[in-house]
Design a binder for this molecule. Structure first.
Ligand code: SF4
Length: 65
């Protein structure tokens, strides 16, 4: 059962997609007190890459480990 105020549609680990960004060498985590953002460092050199790509990223030609 979800706690009151929990707006997640899918329980953790159940049908959620893991983003390629999570283990890409070009990703940098930017955290605030309440949020976590995945910054694509390729965006600095190539404008075809968004600074904060919509998650989850499931295909990316720039992914590298
Ligand atoms: S190169 Fe692709 S996979 Fe890597 S951080 Fe950027 S958007 Fe994510």
């Amino acid at each position: 059962m979800k706690p009151p105020g929990d707006r997640r549609l899918t329980p953790p680990g159940k049908g959620t997609l893991r983003s390629l960004c999570e283990d890409c060498s070009h990703m940098k985590v930017v955290s605030t007190a309440t949020s976590r953002f995945l910054l694509c460092q390729r965006s600095r050199l190539q404008e075809s890459y968004p600074k904060y790509p919509p998650q989850p990223v499931v295909e990316c030609p720039g992914w590298e480990r």
